[in-house]
Design a protein. Sequence first.
Length: 134
Amino acid sequence: MFVGLPEGVASDLLMILNVPVQKYLHSFAMSKSLLAFLPRSGGDLPMMRRIFAEHGLPHDLIYIALVESGFSCYARSPKDAQGILQFIESTPRREGLKVNDRVDERQAPEKSTRARARYLQSQYQYIIRLWTCL
């Protein structure tokens, strides 16, 4: 539920579109990066939508992968976060992914999406509880 969203555009996230956020969204929407990343999303989006729905998460949260990795399973950040959903090495282990010298499940789209969904589910429920208390 965006405040200030153009008519006909919908989102299932709670968000206020103030001027700084609108400027960033406009800048990102006009970037060459967005045009390069979106075609990579096609194969993984249905799977990600299904998994996030199973966890009761807003489907728009799948676009974390757009921002963090450009939907690339092999993306690596300067802090050595890896995969489509950019896990640092310690987080996926807590979420049940294998990371060792031979296997790095951060790069497995479905396994890493399930791990991120479990993590986000707990965070999202906490945020909603806070939001409803305000």
